[in-house]
Every structure is written in structure tokens, then in C-alpha cells.
Design a protein around this ligand. Sequence first.
Ligand SMILES: [Zn+2]
Length: 164
Amino acid sequence: MPEKIPYELLRAAASAARNAYAPYSNFAVGAALQTSDGSVFAGANMENASYGLTVCAEVGALQAASTAGKLADVVRIGIAGGNLRADKCDGEIVTPCGRCRQLILESARLGSRDIEVWCANLDLSSIKCFKISELLPHGFGPDNLVKIKIQTGIEAETVHSGRR
Ligand SMILES: [Zn+2]
């Protein structure tokens, strides 16, 4: 674990969580990511009456960074969440869902860095840091598609020369 806990980033995530639209589960999550130039982009989960269309906090933060042209510059992401109806906010840390791990990995591969994923509960009394490579080992990323294209190109050439 890196020695310095990014409290400011985690506080931004916890603050975003307070604005989560989560009337069905009451489970609020906020995410705040930091890019290499120090910019911070935040998001909060947004539920929907259809349930299935719920959007995660990490998606909002990553999309904001992408919209600013900084998807490849993400260094770390803080995620904080918990049940808003609980008496206390000292629950378990919140880790990203499978889909969000895949989205964070895309950003990591674009920037050729292993993004720090800081996970916390709402009052930041419990914090744990992971690398995205730990949360999604052997993940599928943009490099895999390039390799597939190269392999396909070689196969196509072989097939072509075989016809001569
Ligand atoms: Zn998610």
C-alpha cells in the first residue's frame, strides 16, 4: 500500500456520495478520481425506477475525465459508500463492481499505469488501497484487440500466399 492516504480525494468521493440518487437501495456511492495534472473528477451512483439502468459512481467519474480528454491520465480513484439509512457510516469499504473494474482497467491500459483504487466506507474510518491489476487480474484490455488484429493480419497473409 502506498504510504500516503489521499484523504482529500476520499473526502471528495464521500461528498459526492451524499448527492447520490439512490432512493431504492439507499446505498450511496461516490467516486473521485485524480489525473496526473491534479485534476479531480467525481461521480455518484444514480439509480433508476427500472432498476436495471442504475449507473455506478465510478462510471460518472470516468466519463467526466474522458469528456475532458483525460481518460489516459488517471492516477488514482477514491471510492466511498454505504447505506444512507444506517445509524452510522462506519460500514465495510466499498469496492468497484466487476463492470467498473473493467472500465478502470481501460483507463489504466491507456495510460500505461497501474491505477490505485482507494476503497472506503462513508465516514472514511475504514480505508484500503488496491491496484487495478489486483482487482482485475489477467483483464482484457485495448492491447488484446491490437494483438488480435495483428494475428488476424498474419493469418490473412498466410491464407493469401497459400492460394498462390
Ligand atoms: Zn460499478
